[in-house]
Design a binder for this molecule. Structure first.
Ligand code: GDP
Ligand code: IMO
Ligand code: MG
Length: 424
């Protein structure tokens, strides 16, 4: 019997889903995206090479596996063709044996991109036409892949061989006992139903979206893993209880291109001020060390301490069986690390996430001692410094589900399995 594992983002996106999916893909036969479009930016590092995927599943670099873009996705033909062409230039062959695009996925049009660019500012969208495309879909007025590829255009001709009834392909694979890996995009807190509405995306990145977005039933899903950073980040506007500094301060820093010239000086300065207790610089240190600048837009990501309330919320709305913690290495050098274990709202302490009052939530923190040692060469949990071990154990305790994977760097080798029975 094969397994179907769904990977979702446990926070506000950019948790390292691409990295973990690439790691898990080794044992998968089919890797499928179910929701979202090229608002996603998933990074996979293999040796010296860095791949950035927006539409193609991160499994596509494994030449013997089948990647699927599911019916729940919204696809910009130009962008997917560019991704396919880039892979071909890297000598990774893409054929209808390695890539299927659902015939019922929706197609993003130029008008929808223009509309998003004109109206998306209040949410801080990625400007890729995602919201308007889903609007057209739900208004029963959208363009599906099956229709698009009937048109007379170079793009239609290029994509036609890949377009299949992917519900059938994936269900047959399940029936044949294959291992299926569903690559979530975005994150739980960006879900149209379960996120910080209206500061959300227009799809369901939570686990339920894997079923509707691929045409597989909930009874077929074996495990649901959320990827969770060892701290928190958010791009775009909206509530973020554990944010360090303000959205305005972060935006004023500019993009990675501005920062990188003075990286070393900026980092030294940020770490010093962080360890003197300045909150904005604690967040800035995470941003610099973690390279928290968007894959899709280059925007500086807002940063904050780890929020155990958000993770427990993700445990519930996704039915998580485990979490994978990423970017633990980024916290090296911070003298004190804080974990949010509750919120104070109007003088009351709550431990369950209140959707409507999140703007008012003041985080309640537990302080934990940090560590100085570089973690990026560590190969087992035992090798971690004691304070890092305690931090991880505390996260697990607060999450109420096991940590299956610990990631301490962007490379495949910088991955530690903590609970193998939660994986393939
Ligand atoms: P995704 O959208 O969830 O796939 O995440 P992104 O790719 O947008 O952002 C995660 C970034 O962190 C990428 O640049 C990854 O290469 C990098 N990354 C992933 N895991 C780790 C880790 O454990 N440590 C460090 N330092 N970087 C990581
Ligand atoms: P990955 O898959 C982080 C955010 C945008 C904006 C909001 C709505 O890489 O984790 P949209 O363009 O979807 O209408 O924008 O959602 N957003 C993401 N933030 N990671 C993502 O994807 C995101 N996809 C959308 O910044 O706040
Ligand atoms: Mg991303």
């Amino acid at each position: 019997m094969g397994k179907t594992i769904v990977v979702v983002g446990g926070q506000w996106g950019d948790e390292g889903k691409g990295k973990v999916v690439d790691f898990l893909a080794e044992k998968a036969d089919v890797i499928a995206r179910a929701t979202g479009g090229n608002n996603a930016g998933h990074t996979v590092v293999v040796g010296d090479k860095t791949y950035k995927f927006h539409l193609l599943p991160s499994g596509v670099i494994h030449p013997t596996k089948l990647s699927i873009c599911g019916n729940g996705m919204v696809i910009d033909p130009k962008v997917i063709i560019k991704e396919i062409t880039t892979l071909e230039q890297d000598n990774i062959a893409v054929s209808d044996k390695t890539l299927n695009i659902s015939s019922t996925a929706h197609v993003i049009t130029q008008e929808q991109i223009d509309e998003d660019l004109a109206t998306g500012k209040k949410v801080g969208t990625t400007g890729r036409g995602i919201g308007p495309c889903y609007m057209a879909k739900f208004n029963r007025d959208g363009l599906r892949m099956s229709e698009f590829v009937q048109q007379e255009s170079q793009e239609a001709r290029k994509l036609k061989p890949f377009v299949k009834d992917s519900y059938l392909v994936i269900n047959k694979a399940i029936e044949q006992g294959k291992n299926i890996l569903v690559e979530g995009a975005q994150g739980t807190m960006l879900d149209i139903d379960h996120g910080t509405y209206p500061f959300v995306t227009s799809s369901n990145p939570t686990a339920g979206g894997a079923c509707t977005g691929l045409g597989i039933g909930p009874t077929k899903i074996s495990k649901v893993i959320a990827i969770v950073k060892a701290y928190t980040t958010r791009v775009g506007r909206g509530p973020f209880p554990t944010e360090l500094g303000t959205d305005e301060q972060t935006t004023a820093e500019g993009t990675w291109d501005n920062i990188k010239q003075n990286f070393e000086t900026e980092l030294k300065d940020a770490l010093k001020k962080a360890n003197d207790g300045d909150q904005y610089y604690q967040g800035k240190a995470m941003r610099l060390i973690g390279r928290e600048y968007g894959t899709t837009t280059g925007r500086a990501r807002r940063t904050g301490w780890y929020d155990a309330i958000v993770t427990r919320y993700a445990v519930r709305v996704n039915g998580l069986t485990s979490i994978a913690i990423t970017k633990l290495d980024v916290l090296t050098g911070l003298k004190t690390i804080k974990v949010c274990t509750g919120y104070e709202i109007d003088g009351k302490i709550v431990q369950d996430l209140p959707m409507h009052d999140l703007e008012k939530a003041k985080p309640v923190y537990e302080d934990m001692p940090g560590w100085e040692e570089d973690l990026t060469d560590v190969t087992s949990f035992e090798q971690l410094p004691d304070n890092a071990k305690d931090y991880v154990k505390r996260i697990e305790e607060l999450a109420t589900v096991p940590i299956s994977i610990l990631s301490i760097g962007p490379k495949r080798s910088q991955t530690i399995i903590l609970d193998g029975k939660e994986l393939f």
